[in-house]
Design a protein around this ligand. Sequence first.
Ligand code: 26Q
Length: 704
Amino acid sequence: MNVLNEPESNTGSLEFLQKSQLGMDSESLLADLSRYYTRMLGRRTLRTDTPFLYQALVYALRDRLMERWNDTNIVLERDKARRAHYLSMEYLMGRLLHNALYSLDAVGASSDALEALGVELALVEEAEHDAGLGNGGLGRLAACFLDSCATLGLPMIGYGLRYQYGMFRQKIVDGFQIEEPDLWLRDGFPWEIQRLELARTIRFGGHTQIIQDPDRGERHMLVDTRDVLAVPYDVPVPGYRNGVVNTLRLWSAEATDEFDLEEFNAGSYTEAVEAKTAAENISMVLYPNTATESGHELRLKQQYFLASASLQDVLADWHKRYGEDLTEFASRNCFQLNDTHPAVAVAELMRLLMDEHGLSWDSAWHITRSCMAYTNHTLLPEALETWPVPLFERLLPRIMEIIYEINARFLDEVSIHWPGDNARMRRMSLIDENGGRSVRMAYLAIVGSYSVNGVAALHSRLLTEGLFRDFAELWPEKFNNKTNGVTQRRWLAACNAPLSRLITDTIGDRWVTDLDLLEGLREHVNDTDFRERWRAAKLANKQRLADMVLERTGLALDTSMLFDVQVKRIHEYKRQLLNVLHAIHLYDRIRRGHDEGLVPRAIIIGGKAAPGYVMAKNFIKLIGNVARVINNDPAMRGKLQMVFYPDYNVTAMEAICAAADLSEQISTAGKEASGTGNMKFMMNGAITIGTLDGANVEIREAVG
Ligand code: 26Q
């Protein structure tokens, strides 16, 4: 898909669009920005401390993205290439403004436009709230894939939820983590376009009725359901300077009109309002990654809501383009399940194909199994998602019937492969019969997919040898590896201007879309001028981080020290505790005067603990306590510092990864599926200390 080089892009509408191409120079940007500021937002005087300047700039920019977005969609409509639909409960986007400017090559022009108003671009960028619709690695991976696919011109659409509240904000009070709601939508989200005309109805509860269809025989119908409306909001995903703008489609839950009316006519006004609230609750809040608490009904509702709305959307588009014939549906579409969170899509696609589109079980199953693909992100058995059968039956009765049927047919296959091996049947069943019965979502995802991948070579191997061994024996061809990656556009080019300039001056700028070219830096490692600039870049980045740390914690970091950084979710397996023990050990050595040859070091730790994870919260408290002792001891001066960086998020990482000298990747070996922070630090020139776990193994092979 290449919008710019499309040969036959002179259809009537496109011609019109191209004629209207808006200027990307500072004058036209300034003109549009000023118009939005005064006419649309109704502000008369320029105030640099308001978010309105930010909003006005985004609107000016969005107009420009919109042209490319429309062009991309026109090409997509004509294109018959297979489309990828990324289904993810999380997208950890961070800020969008700088990325959009960078992709459109409009950073300079916008700076100039704002300079004419006496305002710095960086200050305007500060007004943007992070779109923190994710917990950590898995959510940021989804955001990086969006960027990469748009840059590669691949037809990929991201489907997710438009949470009212994203990842909680972390305050540190007396050393303890306090969670505060993340009101990221408070000042509006000027990037999104609501598409009411594409709203879908999602049905919960009720029961199935079997009716006799004269043409198709038996047909299952859901009746007496409680319905919720899924309204899509589209966010543009610009590719890097290639004219492509892909789509992130986020579903928001709203009450259906019919539902309200029914209650209202029955004279129960308050119940009608209650129903509205219940409907809207579905997309209210992102669940923090909690291994300890499970079985939250609302979470299952969210998952089904995402799966059903997205599949209906794709099927409706298919019917619009090709009519009722679904023969080629699977060869033209793929649904990538980001962990098991959207795995209920396997059963939902079966339901839609059979109950709504009249396909037989066999045809529906053939399609489903040819277009679903599942990415696993964890080896921890306790983190595998299961749902109590009674909850499923009550909330999604037809889906539960379909899962039973998938399981029955699957277990027949198992018994043919391993006759009489009842232990194996019990192990592999989609229904866990131990304790209360529950649905094993990972097994549903494996059985319903043509591809199952882990996220690093080691992780993928361990999956087939351990967690999914039975399945890998049955279907070895299904299992494969896709080692994670991160976009170097955000994680080097945009977030580290001085280093990025140095690299481009040295090897040209093609590394921005082809990271392997960084190899070309090797021959300059002994070049004095290169090394000089390299060190200057690092120092500037360390100063920027030190300023942020001072503002947030009151501690003045010494930039001549080694910045030793561990930022990631707080978890026992990630072993922040090991890092703290090392800090205590260094403290003790310095106290006892055994510090010859010790490199002066500032230990920086950041990350959020799941609200119910007591041990992780205690780690945070411990880090703060140890840091206080170290920083208040005169004997540590010039030798050791330690700080807990509060409210670690995407924007913080942009400054942190550029400033780090040492990257801590010290998970208990075999537990970190891949890690992605490790890659961001590495590409910004930090040295890694780590276990041979996840992608660390491959990073070491690549960099030596
Ligand atoms: C589970 C139940 C209820 C509510 C939430 C959850 C939940 C939410 C998020 C469970 C897990 C997650 C996120 C997991 C995650 O981020 N895993 C990381 O994925 C990265 C990308 O593949 C890997 O690099 C990391 O190794 C892996 O830990």
